[in-house]
Ligand binder design. Structure first.
Ligand SMILES: [Zn+2]
Length: 66
């Protein structure tokens, strides 16, 4: 089980989209293969969570990694 970074709902990993926060990336990168190295963050495939995640990720990235 993984937790959505936006709504904090717990779902099976297979139901969530994985993103990784590479040190040199401006924003979390989608990890379609689900196995990129580095810290992974997950969110629901819903448009609502996707949009909130994109906005929040871009903002938070300036202070510290997700
Ligand atoms: Zn969610």
């Amino acid at each position: 089980m993984r937790m959505c970074a936006v709504c904090k709902k717990r779902r099976p990993k297979s139901e969530l989209l994985r993103y990784t926060c590479a040190a040199d990336a401006a924003a979390p990168v989608p990890d379609a293969a689900q196995k990129a190295p580095g810290r992974g963050v997950y969110h629901c495939p819903d448009a609502q969570c996707g949009e909130a995640f994109a906005q929040r990720g871009a903002k938070r990235r300036k202070r510290r990694a997700l």
